[in-house]
Design a protein around this ligand. Structure first.
Ligand code: FAD
Length: 476
């Protein structure tokens, strides 16, 4: 069991640290409150102390101190975990907001980003050098949490996951050592952090492949009335039979306050010019959207488009969904009806959305599933329910409604694909959308689960890093 940090331990720790590392406790008032704030209000915990280091050596000292003293530890990058995985009640939070530097080398096309950077930092620095990489579709998410769990984004069709583009990382492991991880150095650690990284240490630096991105891209939403839903899904399925890696779509159910009821938004991305994009998405244009907000823009602005529907604050929960690759439109209609019924019944949930991601999975599935920890490769589509509400009394009830969606989707995939938990290699739900306590959390790394448990024993036998999809160490 991990312990809270005591007042004396905070003094001891402060004496060991360089003055550049600032420590904040409740006595620091607003500054402390700002540091423990999270994207979701329900993820806030009263940390014993928040440390804001600016060097890798200082991160090592913090980790070693927590390890030696069995103190509960949390690592915070973007702070988007809705399950409180970057927060600690009474323990030590390592807040990486002082480590957001990103450098980009145009010749080698490598992006070197510190472990506290947000996706906006990466996208902006890369585009200045005519480059882009796979990144989160909401650009205030942290590169730390998103990368360590795999990373899906608008460029997934072209380049796979974020971890498919990860070349190296620097990681502080549980005993405080700072290790280089790559195919050449500590290859087993490198294998583990590409998908299950939250379990293995503090990633203080990532080296990521950039790709040429000198053209502007087409992006934005088409808004439809709900009667078009089945036609939209059928048409997207047909399109995905012969997919274009430059084109992606996220179909969202949302309830904008300006509309009389829920609507369907197809958020679109095309890495090419407007004429090519509109030709690619003509099957949607023919369905006569009531609004068309898509336009040409520099790539670094695309990941800001969904920010307004993902603002900070409020009580929130993410629920990972899995759907068949060839999405069953009638089933999605059922999900929509359930969503619309719930929004009507409980207006406090009005900011809740549900999304289904359509990108070309060819590149993603060309990477062997056992080549790294990330195990969400297969003929499935990732989906998500993003619940938001204000009433703390409804936390359990709302989460359990979201879990109901998860279970329903999983069962449908099992029935449709004759999927068997024993024989399949893939994990069904995307680990980065799973929250602690979700029933499906049992085997989030599919065929890679056992090797990860053995590596956990090697790198973190006392489970210092234990918050996101925790692994139980297994002796060889
Ligand atoms: C609005 C929104 C949009 C999203 N969009 C996408 C998307 O487009 N694609 C996608 O793949 N996922 C997406 N996600 C899921 C996202 O990948 C996870 O929520 C992720 O954990 C967020 O990372 P963070 O750094 O912002 O969060 P945090 O809460 O700071 O961290 C989450 C977990 O990662 C750990 N962690 C963070 N940084 C480090 C580090 N440097 N070293 C070690 N551990 C670390 C934390 O300790 C915690 O366990 C989205 C989530 C939200 C809320």
């Amino acid at each position: 069991m991990r312990l809270p940090i005591t007042g004396d331990q905070i003094k001891d720790l402060a004496a060991q640290l360089d003055p550049s590392t600032k420590l904040f406790t409740r006595a620091d008032g607003q500054e402390y409150e700002k540091l423990i704030a999270r994207w979701a209000d329900n993820a806030i915990r009263q940390a014993g102390v928040v440390a804001v280091p600016v060097t890798y050596e200082e991160v090592s000292k913090l980790v070693k101190f927590a390890s030696d003293n069995k103190i509960d530890i949390a690592v915070r990058c973007g702070g988007h975990s809705t399950g409180g995985c970057s927060s600690s009640e009474g323990g030590l939070v390592i807040d990486l907001s002082g480590m957001r530097n990103v450098t980009v080398d145009k010749d080698s096309k490598l992006i070197i980003a510190q472990g506290g950077a947000l996706w906006a930092d990466v996208d902006n620095a890369a585009i200045e050098k005519g480059l882009a990489t796979v990144g989160g579709t909401v650009n205030h998410t942290g590169i730390g949490g998103l990368t360590l769990g795999g990373g899906l984004g608008w460029l997934t069709g072209l380049y796979g996951t974020v971890v498919d583009n990860l070349v190296a990382a620097k990681v502080v492991i549980a005993d405080g050592s700072l290790l280089n991880a790559s195919e050449k150095e500590n290859a087993d650690l490198f294998w583990a952090i590409r998908g299950a990284g939250h379990n293995f240490g503090v990633a203080v630096e990532f080296t990521i492949k950039g790709h040429d991105q000198t053209n502007e891209v087409y992006a934005g939403g088409y808004v439809f009335t709900p009667d078009k839903l089945i036609a939209i899904i059928d048409a997207l399925n047909a399109k995905m039979k012969n997919p274009d890696p430059k084109a992606s779509a996220i179909v969202v159910f949302a309830s904008p306050p300006t509309m009389p009821g829920p609507v369907i938004v197809t958020n679109l991305f095309y890495n090419g010019d407007q004429a090519a994009a509109e030709k690619c998405f003509d099957f949607l244009l023919k369905l006569e959207p009531v609004a068309n907000m898509a336009k040409m823009m520099p790539y670094n602005l695309v990941n800001g488009l969904l920010n307004p529907m993902a603002a900070h604050g409020g009580r929130k929960s993410l629920k990972a969904l899995t759907l068949s690759h060839d999405v069953d439109a009638a089933f999605v209609q059922e999900l929509f009806e359930e969503y619309a019924r719930k929004m009507k019944e409980n207006p406090d949930l009005a900011k809740t959305f549900m999304g289904i991601e359509f990108y070309d999975t060819t590149k993603l599935n060309s990477v062997p599933i056992e080549s790294m920890a990330f195990a969400n490769r297969g003929l499935y589509r990732a989906g998500i329910v993003g619940l938001e509400w204000s009433d703390p009394e409804k936390d359990m009830e709302n989460r359990s409604w979201g879990r109901g969606f998860q279970t329903k989707c999983r069962q449908h995939v099992i029935d449709q694909n004759q999927y068997s938990e024993e024989t399949t290699k893939t994990a069904l739900e995307y680990a980065n959308y799973i929250e602690p306590g979700d029933l499906i959390d049992k085997k989030p790394f599919g065929v890679n689960q056992q090797r990860l448990e053995m590596l956990k024993h090697k790198f973190d036998p006392d489970c210092l890093f234990n918050k996101t999809s925790p692994l139980v160490p297994l002796k060889n």
